[in-house]
Design a protein around this ligand. Sequence first.
Ligand SMILES: [Zn+2]
Length: 181
Amino acid sequence: MNFHTIHHCRQCGTSVEHRVPDDGDTKTRAVCPACGTIHYQNPLNVVGTVPHRDDRVLLCKRNIEPRRGFWTLPAGFMELGESTAEGAMRETREEAGAEIELEGLFTLLNVVRVGQVHFYYRARMLSERLDPGPETMEARLFSEDEIPWDEIAFRTVKETLERFFDDRRRGAFGIHAGDLD
Ligand SMILES: [Zn+2]
């Protein structure tokens, strides 16, 4: 599987070869024939929150591709230098401007096909004040029967929302780990 194809060496710019390195490795890598650099590629972490207040959950309408105009939970790629929890809080601030207090980890979803792992934390909203950033057209709270299920941007978001309302009905929140195709 090639997720993000590398064409040129990041060290010297030479066109790379895609082959199994001679060092006992078993996977095909982008190997530079000039300087010998082997480019390793690993899954990316996506971190986000399920901000909730009373019986409602905060969703953001995406103002960027992919899935512009669809609704999502606040989430994005983790940055170097931050923890998963810090990244989740940062994304919530940037995309919704929501004041939250982070609760427990809620879902851990592998999306092997695209090389991503998604982590969602439950988060209590401390107020209803919102200040969406440029990546968001609109942010608002939805009760379960108001959720626009056909306009949810990503399957990880849909899965996380379904788990959240299921657990809420049961009166106990677990940690849900799973794989999505
Ligand atoms: Zn090179």
